[in-house]
Design a protein around this ligand. Structure first.
Ligand code: FAD
Ligand code: EPU
Length: 349
């Protein structure tokens, strides 16, 4: 365990906003987590586990302890049909995907280049290019913060959905994920349904080809957080009813939409782009030029600039399409999770 002397959160959030915390502690083991959560010095302080901060916006000073997850280690076992990879939660997800591709563990390559820790992946059930974590997740191990005992949930108990899981609801603030176990089938089945991957639909395609293609697509559209502060898609793709979709199609015949059980999932990036907001700026915060669903810090953005911009985008989308966007990025205000709808007056429509 290491108590950091510098209390700035800037290096620990991918938006690179310049907020601070009362205390930042790096946890290197499960025992460190137990020690921090049972130490009387911290009993009255809010404690927040943080991976790489790639889906987190600190809205102001975090009055509490930010606990950086640096639990490392991985092990592989196998059955006749599958590889089982047990990964400690602090392992870097993009490095893990690359390591799998290089070492013959296929089936994870569509999730290349998603920043963050392996242990954060189940929280919003990370997904990209036709694959979600839930498709390869065997189980999730966590430290129960009430009993300080290790527990394990199998896949079906994690209640995975689109950018959803039990860790955002029933288990929120009640557990720290300590490891995940992935199940990768030895018989590789490439996932190539996503349009731009169609060139790879032939028998010679390898997991490395898919990995390389995904890296190429992502590098073109998504800003590298090491260069330009951002947290990937700021909002989730909204789901609307079939009737609402058909009504919108009368005005917007090119509206991209996908069938889901509850109706139609709409591309929020298209809604924002079609509203003419690409490149729109509020001080240092800007709607990304290549992917309108991504909000960026051009270098000088404060958390307020980003929040103002997010609220502006949300209101334009509501006015134009009668669709209420929900943010994917997790906000922390005064040491507690917060939401755009609480930060700005909810507008009646
Ligand atoms: P953090 O931001 O550190 O934490 C996220 C939340 O989880 C916080 O509430 C935190 O308190 C909590 N938390 C963190 N660790 C633990 C733990 N061990 N136990 C319990 N709670 C914990 N996401 C996708 O799904 N698909 C994409 O394609 C995608 N692309 C992205 C591209 C870019 C350029 C960026 C910057 C982000 C992208 N994201 C994407 C979002 C992000 O990468 C994921 O949400 C990722 O899983 C976040 O990991 P993290 O470790 O940075 O989480
Ligand atoms: N589009 C536009 N203009 C834009 C952006 C998108 O017209 O500025 C259109 C595209 O042309 C396409 C559609 O919107 O027709 C969807 O765009 P894209 O394929 O880029 O994906 P997305 O829906 O914007 C989602 C995820 C990403 C994930 C990609 C790839 C969400 C909220 N986002 O983005 O995840 O990488 O699909 O599967 O579901 C993240 O969660 O942080 C993230 C980056």
């Amino acid at each position: 365990m290491q108590i950091l002397l510098n209390k700035t959160l800037k290096p620990y959030n991918s938006f690179s906003v310049n907020e601070s915390a009362d205390l930042i502690i790096q946890a290197d083991s499960i025992q460190d987590l137990i020690d921090i959560w049972s130490d009387k010095k911290y009993t009255d302080m809010t404690k927040l586990p943080l991976g790489r901060g790639s889906n987190t916006l600190f809205c102001n000073h975090f009055n509490g302890v930010v606990v950086l997850n640096r639990l490392f280690g991985k092990s592989v076992t196998e059955t006749d049909t599958d590889y089982l990879l047990k990964i400690s939660s602090g392992e870097d997800w993009p490095a893990l995907v690359e390591w799998c591709v290089d070492n013959g563990f296929a089936g994870i390559e569509n999730l290349a280049m998603i920043p963050g820790c392996a242990g954060s992946a189940p929280i919003q059930n990370i997904g990209a290019y036709g694959l979600e974590l839930k498709d390869i997740c065997e189980s999730v191990e966590y430290l129960d913060l009430e009993t300080l005992q290790i527990k394990t949930l199998k896949n079906s108990e994690c209640l995975f959905g689109y950018r959803e899981s039990i860790f955002k609801h029933e288990l929120k603030d009640r557990c720290i994920i300590t490891a995940i176990t992935l199940r990768l089938n030895k018989q590789w089945q490439p996932v190539l349904a996503y349009g731009p991957l169609s060139d790879l639909r032939n028998s010679k395609t390898t997991p490395k080809n898919v990995f390389d293609k995904i890296c190429e697509i992502r590098s073109k559209k998504l800003p590298d957080p090491n260069v330009i502060g951002n947290a990937g898609s700021f909002f989730k793709n909204p789901v609307i009813s079939e009737e609402h979709y058909l009504a919108l199609c009368e005005t917007y015949p090119n509206l991209p939409a996908y069938d889901v059980t509850e109706g139609k999932k709409i591309a929020a990036g298209w809604l924002i782009d079609n509203a003419g907001l690409k490149g729109f700026k509020i001080n240092g915060a800007q709607v990304h030029q290549e992917q309108a669903l991504v909000l960026i810090n051009t270098g000088t953005a404060t958390s307020e600039d980003i929040l103002e911009l997010a609220n502006y985008v949300k209101n334009i989308v509501l006015d134009m399409y009668d669709i209420e966007l929900e943010h994917e990025v997790r906000f922390y205000l005064n040491g507690e999770e917060s939401f755009l709808s609480e930060l700005f007056d909810e507008r009646t429509h």
